[in-house]
Write a protein that binds this ligand. Structure first.
Ligand code: SF4
Ligand code: FES
Length: 382
């Protein structure tokens, strides 16, 4: 399919006025793609970056300084599993030296009490611990590693002992949605201040696993109910963030708060992306911090400008009141479903592709194959 993306050197709004990019607030720093787990919904690309190509700690320090100068306030140090880097403490210390708030996103695998204490000293402000499921069977099966549940629970205890503010990041899908109430209870038991209940986003690895992971409509309704009740019950005790299954919603989410508007992502080899899945859009070209200054990439990079503003939007978004609310939905989802990143997100009920999508969802549900999991691994091409 010969699909073009809007290539606006100077993005514009509907009146034709140039749009000036705002300042990014947050940066996702994927310091490595290496990981002892192999979750089948991993948000890393199918083509993973190998260890030899990773930015060094000194290069990351430079990226953090540039990010802070650009306006970034917080860095999410992620992966893969960031603890797979032996120099993680050095990387964290560099982020702190640059004046950034440091959130460590981890599965817990590879962390010891001693390492956590070093990371505390180095400047980790907050820990976000991923949850693959409740209990050994589900967590180890989805993470693809026997023993991972026990190790994660040990890390959670250490995190509490040190006193890091904690968010539990529960990824939900067809196979574990029923245990959402237990996930919320677990977060409470751990002393988490927040739980993020995030439905799997279906691009990259997760898209390969749609028939095994796509939640049903009934599950989406169930999750909404559980979240609403828990929010009421736990008001003032724990915050519950919820990323719904937007395939079953009326309107899409405002992915990234709008393309190139508030956040950016730097991959292990220094490639700078407007969102973590942007490399699923083959028409985009990405810059690298090894070749170009971060601020220049943010302001002038063609990938960042491709979907800024509103002039690029097709109908029905073009004449829709919500175009500055959800920005036409998720570009990567449009790519995954329609094969065209520049169309209205097909999960939107107003999209001309929405009926086809729902027919496909019904077909996928009828052919659901929970055991047919393609686990993330190095070297997977398709
Ligand atoms: Fe959002 Fe476009 Fe759907 Fe309107 S038509 S709700 S702007 S995705
Ligand atoms: Fe890329 Fe939504 S994940 S725009």
């Amino acid at each position: 399919m010969n699909v073009q993306v809007p290539n606006l050197d100077s993005p514009r709004d509907f009146q034709g006025n140039p749009v000036t990019p705002g300042l990014p607030i947050a940066m996702l720093a994927e310091v490595t793609h290496r990981c002892p787990l192999s979750c089948p919904y991993c948000s890393n690309p199918l083509e993973l970056v190998r260890g030899q190509a990773e930015l060094s700690a000194a290069e990351w320090a430079d990226v953090f300084r540039q990010a802070a100068a650009l306006g970034v306030l917080q860095v999410h140090v992620s992966g893969g599993e960031p603890a797979s880097r032996r120099d993680l403490t050095q990387i964290v210390a560099a982020a702190r030296d640059a004046g950034l708030y440091v959130n460590l996103i981890t599965s817990g695998l590879g962390l010891t009490l001693a390492r956590l204490r070093e990371l505390d000293e180095a400047g980790v402000d907050h820990v976000q611990l991923s949850l693959q499921g409740v209990g050994r069977d589900m967590a180890d099966r989805i993470g693809g590693l026997s023993g991972s549940w026990d190790r994660k629970m040990q890390v959670a205890r250490w995190v509490g002992e040190i006193g890091f503010p904690l968010t539990l990041n529960a990824v939900v899908h067809l196979q574990n949605m029923e245990s959402l109430p237990e996930m919320i209870d677990l977060a409470l038991d751990m002393g988490a201040r927040r739980i993020e209940v995030a439905t799997v986003q279906f691009h990259g690895w997760a898209d390969l696993n749609r028939r095994a992971l796509m939640p049903t409509r009934e599950q989406a309704v169930f999750a909404r109910k559980v979240v609403n009740e828990a929010r009421e019950r736990l008001r003032g005790r724990m915050v519950i963030d919820y990323v719904p299954a937007d395939h079953h919603a009326q309107f899409p989410k405002a992915c990234m708060g709008g393309w190139g508007s508030t956040g950016l992502n730097v991959t292990p080899d220094g490639t700078v992306l407007p969102c973590h899945a942007a490399q699923t859009i083959p028409q985009l070209q990405f810059d690298n911090v090894r070749d170009r200054a971060l601020g220049d990439i943010w302001t002038n990079g063609t990938a960042f400008n491709a979907f800024r503003g509103t002039a690029w939007m097709p109908e029905p978004c073009a004449s829709c009141d919500r175009k500055t609310v959800d920005f036409g939905g998720c570009r990567c989802q449009a790519m995954a479903i329609a094969g065209d990143p520049a169309v209205t997100d097909p999960v939107c009920s107003l999209s001309p592709l929405n009926a086809d999508l729902h027919a496909q969802l019904d077909a996928d549900a009828a052919a659901a194959a929970p055991d047919d999991l393609t686990y993330r691994r190095m070297g997977k091409q398709s």
